[in-house]
Design a protein around this ligand. Structure first.
Ligand code: NDP
Length: 363
């Protein structure tokens, strides 16, 4: 077992010990749930995050709203019982610093807006949880990390999969070498994108296409199964609809090489459905998630010994309760700013490899 693998086995022992703690209800609840301000009341905030905060979180609750759309604020105030004093537009955002009912600011805006609102939230003295991708460049990720460090506030990224029994089990099987040493990883996530006018297809707002939006899950999966940082990447791109995808990538495949010798093969697309898996191939067997590896509507998977029978959880409640617990117990989060930065470094490497038409070094 090499040093990296040994240290990751140690880290996973902590993770495995923490998992039941994260995923099950406990007798002792804190006196006060931490307050969460949601920034950007779009599709994800409306359909997933707010319901999770209303119904399923144990350690935090919705206490404030930030939106550029006054009608949404009116509707949400009534729906979630938020007082008018706790509703802000983007210009008023910095007034959050005077609101003692807000501990965590959850940034659910288009990707390019994550850095500005993360930095402003930290400067307002709040802990920050930001959606993925953390930012559109590694340099911006670093600025966000620095701003939170300077303000002595915590920074988390919405890597919800890492808090599900399915992904935790994949990590355990890999790191404990249950099927022997890991040799290869295959991971892919894509979907057929609709509305051609949406911000996800505008480079200025999205930073990139399928890779930034959903390919990032496959990169995360590769990195947490292997437990090392990749040293090189070779990537290829194809664009079959040059009008719809004029500004961003449509379909990309890539191969990462890890220092211990593991090779990881990945793919992402905005052009078709059906690509949704994470697979570890080891000396004595294999383990995989799919055909639902990353969605929040229910995960499935199996190993070379049989099906994975694991409970389904509310991904958003799980990630938010973990972040709240990190704050309450003063412990680090796995879904940290550093994790977000590491993924952006790989993404930048993939784009560089495509631009240069050759394998490039990472790190
Ligand atoms: P939406 O377009 O549905 O919502 C974004 C919201 O941001 C808007 O409704 C609007 O809210 C606000 N906004 C402010 N400025 C702009 C602008 N210039 N253009 C568009 N919207 C603006 O996006 P999603 O909710 O799907 O995605 C938000 C973030 O969440 C993204 O970073 C995305 O990657 C991430 N995401 C993560 C998922 C996960 O599984 N973890 C799944 C889906 C998305 P308002 O009117 O209130 O100002």
């Amino acid at each position: 077992m090499n040093t990296n693998r040994r240290s990751f086995v140690k880290a996973t022992a902590t993770l495995a010990a923490a998992a039941p703690f994260i995923l099950t209800a406990r007798a002792q609840e804190p006196q006060r749930k931490l307050g969460v301000a949601l920034v950007g009341l779009g599709s994800l905030a409306t359909n997933q995050i707010a319901p999770a905060l209303a119904k399923n979180t144990r350690l935090c609750k919705l206490t404030a709203l930030v939106s550029g759309t006054p009608e949404k604020l009116t509707k949400w105030q009534a729906q979630y019982g938020i007082p008018a004093t706790h509703c802000y537009n983007y210009e008023q955002f910095d007034r959050l610093k005077d609101n003692p009912d807000v501990d965590i600011v959850y940034v659910v805006l288009p990707n390019s807006m994550h850095p500005e609102f993360t930095v402003r939230a930290a400067q307002a003295g709040k802990h920050v949880f930001t959606e993925k991708p953390m930012a559109n460049s590694a340099a911006e990720c670093q600025q966000m990390i620095d701003a939170c460090k300077q303000a002595k506030r915590r920074l988390g990224v919405g890597y919800r999969c890492q808090f599900t029994p399915h992904h935790l089990e994949m990590i355990r099987l890999s790191r404990y070498e249950v099927f022997g040493r890991l040799k290869c990883v295959e991971a892919a996530f894509g979907f057929k994108i609709g509305d051609p006018t949406q911000w996800r297809l505008r480079k200025a707002l999205a930073g990139g296409g399928a890779l930034m939006d959903v390919g990032i899950y496959a990169i995360q999966g590769m990195r947490y199964l292997v437990g090392e940082e990749p040293v090189s990447v070779q990537a290829f791109e194809t664009k079959t609809d040059k009008v719809k995808f004029a500004e961003v990538d449509e379909t990309i495949t890539w191969e990462l090489k890890f220092p211990g010798g593991v090779l990881a093969k990945g793919a992402t697309t905005y052009a078709f459905n059906g690509m949704n898996y994470l697979r570890g191939l080891a000396e004595n067997g294999w383990f995989e998630l799919g055909p639902q590896a990353y969605g929040y509507g229910g995960l499935n998977g199996r190993t070379s010994k049989g099906p994975l029978e694991l409970p389904q959880v509310d991904h958003f409640a799980a990630e938010l309760d973990d972040f709240a617990e990190c704050i309450l117990k003063n412990r680090p989060t796995r879904a940290s700013g550093e994790e977000g930065l590491a993924d952006l470094k790989v993404i930048e490497g993939i784009y560089r490899s495509i631009a240069e038409g050759k394998a490039v070094k990472l790190g």
